[in-house]
Design a protein around this ligand. Sequence first.
Ligand code: HEM
Length: 517
Amino acid sequence: MESKQQKEYTLEEVAQHNKEGDVWIVVDSRVYDVSKFANLHPGGAAVLLVDTIVGKDATEAFFGLHRQEVLFRPQYARLQIGTLKGKQPQIKPLAADALSLVPYAEPSWLTPGFSSPYYNEGHRRFQRAMRKLVNEVVLPDAITCEENGRRISQHVVEKLAETNIIGMRLGPGKYLKGRTLLGGVITPEEFDHFHELIINTELARCGTRGYMDGLLAGDVIGLPPVVNFGSPELQAKVVPDVLAGKKFICLAISEAFAGSDVGGMQTYAYKDGNEWVISGTKKWITNGTFADYFTVGCKTEGGYTVIFVPRSDGLSTKPIKTAYSATAGTAFVTFDKVRVPLSNTLGKEGKGISVILSNFNHERWMILSTSLSTQRLIVEECLKWSQQRQAFGRSLNAQAVVRAKLAQMIARVESAQSWLENVTHQMNNMSYDEQSEKIAGAIALLKQYVTNTGRATAEDAAQIFGGRSITQTGMGKLVENYRRTSPYDAILGGAEDVLGDLGVRQALRRMPKNARL
Ligand code: HEM
């Protein structure tokens, strides 16, 4: 906040204000009067009074200890009284839709001078609008909710509904017909999986993993079985309200008895007249604490069946404490003789496994694309930090060992991005069923690769950030969040090892019988 009245000062004038009760400092050519603030300073008053800081240009010390956003928070911006004579501040808040100029901070299609076969002008317009919306509406809520554990704010839900992001996150489909997408930057007919990839990428840049799931991930995985396998009557009753953000749905498959091995589910449904009666429990259900609807995997006579269950008497949810934020709404769900009409069956009775499996591909693709986006954010954090952090008399990136870590990080994120864009291109050109048959294995392998490399990058980032990587505020806050929560990506939607095996088994099934060296 540089107001017009602000004066210009020389370094000599600043130097006059160099004692307790009269403390001026310079950060990035901005002159601050921190005399009164000193006693409120979270880092203490004493650090502001040392010889090398008080009355001096403290830019280097400042950026060794604070993120630049500190300077732009209104309560701190108002401490600025002027600028250094003849100097212009170099660091300014970025526009809400700005791209980062740090190398590898953006995928190559967003890097000036680079081209891509996958994206057109519509994708670029869409990306800019998404970034703006995320920075202006989603990010402030993400930061607050990640910390206080409350569910996503209703005004954000309403914005996601108004822009039809809730619908778009399900992928291209009939439910988008006639809708205005992101203020009309593209038409529903243009919408493809690359737009959806952009949504995932931009949302994940908040760097708040619990909130990323709290951001209605339940809708993304719970609604497709209704859309793809529900009766027209059920769809008419459920889909519009969920897309409008008036109701929330979640996917209830995993149990304490069965996680990645869905065949081990024990929740049981039997028929009584024209109703299902459901009993059992579900665990780790994302958004379950606040969901109105549950898409439930049940054991039934002769197989498994997926059933749509509204919240009702007999269905109870309680929060599960996890290592990430309670904003995700992770729940333990209990069904105590819950009754729903037989017409709530999703897909064919006894054929629920194929409903669940076909849903998994999109879920895994969503998780890995958000995970990769945050992995890239961490690469950007490390590139910036290793440049600004001075240790042993020089920047961290002057150390070969740090550059070697950066090399690995960049290579991991870039290789995964190329693979992801290839897979996304295949999704654009295959039906839902074809995707299950042909690229379920590739998606599983790619998810294994992204989550495995993600954790390696989280560990490397922790070495680069040192103690800052274990604090939830300040310089290392994004690294801390990612390092704590990247293991989620390696588990949710199928454990990493299981997915690797699935990918190889699918390849082995397709091996020509006569393949020989
Ligand atoms: C305009 C001037 C300044 C403002 C508004 C400011 C504000 C803050 C804030 C908000 C924090 C909490 C951590 C965070 O949110 O990042 C903090 C921490 C800190 N500040 Fe400042 N600060 C200023 C100048 C300085 C200077 C010149 C020094 C010089 C050494 C300094 C040293 C520290 C230290 C040591 C911490 C604790 C860091 C940590 O826990 O890792 N601050 N400051």
